[in-house]
Design a protein around this ligand. Sequence first.
Ligand code: SAH
Length: 339
Amino acid sequence: MSIYDLTIDELTEYFLKIDEKKYYATELFSWLYNKRITSFDEATNIKKEVREKLSKDFTISNIEIVTVEKAKDVRKYLFKLNDKEHVEAVLMNHDYGNSLCISSQVGCNMGCKFCESGRRKKVRNLTTGEMVEQILKVEDESNLRISHVVIMGIGEPFDNYDNICNFIRITNHPKGLNIGARHITVSTCGLVPKILEFANFPYQVNLAISLHAPNDKLRKEIMPIAKVYPLKDLINAIKVYLEKTNRRVTFEYIMLDGVNDKEEHALELVNLLKGINSYVNLIPYNETDALQYKRSKPLTIAKFYDILKKNNITVTIRREFGGTISAACGQLRSKKEDI
Ligand code: SAH
């Protein structure tokens, strides 16, 4: 098991179980996340026999960087996992800090028609440690501090719910990666029961919903998950989430030429989101060779934006990163070779 799988509470339990001092958990966290040790032997204020026990029970490094592709303000990382599977992460340099888009699964089962990542079925969930290590390895390679994390790479985070929650606990912990909860964003295609569960998760992280269509008929055509959870249930779950957390949600809406970008869709969207404390992020679609969808025309996007704005919906158009190195939303792959 990876040492990065454990939250500070779990590590405390571990030390208690082996009849050791529980404050070792805090000590070890700072060795791991502050001093970035690569071997337990370096944790010199933990006694030798405990360090040896740790080396027997846990591994430290479990993923490695295979390639780094660089373009202006963006880097794409390909990681190899212990079982030789691959995932990608994308580092973006913003004026407000450095944000890392991490993957949560090898492959994805959600089958969104427009998404490159979903062309490979889920092979397995990433462990908590494999997600934590994406941040550690990128910080190490880039020499930058990651200030923001978005779980929007390969995979459906809410299909890997428990590991995501532990990932957030470690990432947010002051002795862990110490990234503010409000700087962490989880994006889901809309797994209703998990949205309801997440409403009780006591961290002020951001929730983004991949909406992409303003009615069930269209949504079902492009997102199979809509057949399981219709918009009525999704919106109700979001209302419960908002009520309990007092936060707001982001709706992601990719602009697909001739599919979901007409005036009538904008008006339908206005209606759907009326009274919901939300914010809409329009995403110019990133075309990929294997899929037939096209990006909406700039003028169409501008018109769509104006309709939302006029109707008092808070809306932005997503800044684009990484198109030239296939590092943009929906272009990440879980395999080294093309599939
Ligand atoms: N499974 C999660 C997170 C991963 S996808 C989710 O669905 O939210 C991150 C975002 O990128 C989602 O909103 C997804 O719909 C969007 N996306 C997928 N393919 C895209 C593409 N080719 N261009 C732009 N955005 C895309």
